[in-house]
Design a protein around this ligand. Structure first.
Ligand code: ADP
Ligand code: TRP
Length: 354
């Protein structure tokens, strides 16, 4: 709870690693927008987190601007929320150093996202769970950078520096949130204080959401190359949906639904109405379904969501003056909160003036 606004504090961010897709939109951004009227919301662009995968400088910068424009175009109001770029808040970097003193390298190495990214960095394709040995024993010139390992510390600091109550994120981020709570508890117990609370995810309709990809896989993701982007034009979007992976169709009434087709139903339920979903589910059950028709409908519904956002992105994108004003103001406001927390954390830890 923020003392001045007496509202619960919401914090979340998205890494600046490319344009936003439907997974980001339904898993995170649309929740950000729905929260903005009732909570004290602080949303940022996680450019320091993006650095963990070593982007080239020009594309990192472009990506920060793109995501900022996409945030606003999707409905985030800079008047109602604090919108900022993570690297504009130096207090975050300092508190990250301090917090790392209470984080174990073992627990970081066991984090699922770290293992996945470390495997990728080392070119390991096997399922071996011996990633620790692989990293230490690695004799090639591939390396796993230390920033990748301490990614959860930085994320915990993003959240704790605001003393957040809620952190709206997709399902894949829940382990990071669990670590955040663990670090908060550890800090409290080491310093015998109750300084940090335990932030939790925020979901409007039950469980955290996972938006599936168009390639039959379980998750839409930038690195999976199976995304529908908010910025996709009509033609590109239709083409992508029409090419989505399906199967040969139900061979008998009430057949089980394969993963790729279930994915299309999931997407349909996100963008259309219960009636539409029921119509196609029934058609599947009695074998009259034509995937082509269903995809056409799906594309129409998705376009209804994304096209207005796309228009606004194109509108805002070129307006550098406006965009820089938004983040300058956001950084000032975010730093007020961050510097207060950092000052108190330093004091608690014993970093005091002589
Ligand atoms: P990506 O996986 O494409 O690199 P990020 O990791 O930057 O995306 O995710 C930013 C936010 O969007 C996070 O809150 C994450 O949980 C959410 N998100 C990303 N992909 C999905 C998805 N397929 N379904 C639900 N939420 C998602
Ligand atoms: N790790 C998050 C992601 O990949 C991005 C992120 C960084 C974040 N810091 C955060 C999300 C703090 C919520 C709160 O999507």
């Amino acid at each position: 709870m923020d003392k001045e606004t007496s509202k619960k504090v919401v914090v979340s961010g998205i890494r600046s690693t490319g344009n936003l897709h439907l997974g980001n939109y339904y898993g995170a951004l649309s929740k950000f927008v729905r929260l903005q009227d009732d909570y004290d919301c602080r949303y940022f662009i996680a450019d320091l987190h993006a650095l963990t995968t070593n982007p080239d400088p020009a594309s990192l910068h472009q990506s920060v601007k793109d995501i900022l424009a996409e945030y606003i175009a999707a409905g985030l109001d800079p008047e109602k929320n604090i919108i900022y770029v993570q690297s504009d808040i130096p207090e975050i970097s300092e508190m990250y150093l301090l917090m790392n003193m209470h984080v174990g390298i073992g627990e970081l190495m066991r984090t699922a996202s770290f293992k996945e990214k470390a495997r990728k960095a080392l070119g390991i394709t096997s399922d071996s769970d011996e990633i620790e040995k692989e990293i230490i024993g690695n004799q090639t010139n591939q390396r796993v950078n230390a920033g990748l390992l301490t990614y959860p510390t930085l994320m915990a600091v993003d959240i704790l520096i605001h003393k957040a109550d809620f952190v709206p994120v997709g399902k894949d981020q829940e382990q990071h949130l669990e670590l955040t709570r663990r670090f908060a508890r550890r800090f409290n117990s080491f310093y015998k204080t109750d300084y940090f609370g335990e932030p939790v995810n925020f979901n409007f309709e039950g469980a955290a959401l996972k938006v599936p990809g168009l390639d039959g896989s379980g998750k839409m993701g930038k690195s999976e190359g199976n995304c529908i982007y908010l910025i996709d034009d009509e033609k590109t979007l239709r083409k992508k949906v029409m090419r989505a992976v399906t199967d040969e169709g139900p061979q008998a009434p009430n057949s089980p639904v394969s993963q790729p087709v279930e994915n299309l139903f999931s997407l349909m339920s996100l963008v259309s109405t219960p009636d539409t979903v029921k119509y196609f589910r029934d058609a599947y059950a009695d074998c009259s379904i034509r995937y082509g028709d269903m995809k056409k409908q799906l594309a129409e519904y998705i376009l209804k969501v994304t096209l207005p956002i796309r228009e606004r992105i194109l509108d805002i994108k070129g307006n550098d003056e406006y965009l820089s004003k938004v983040v300058k103001n956001g950084a000032e406001r975010a730093r007020e909160h961050a510097s207060r927390t950092l000052k108190e954390v330093r004091e608690i830890m014993g970093i005091r003036k002589i």
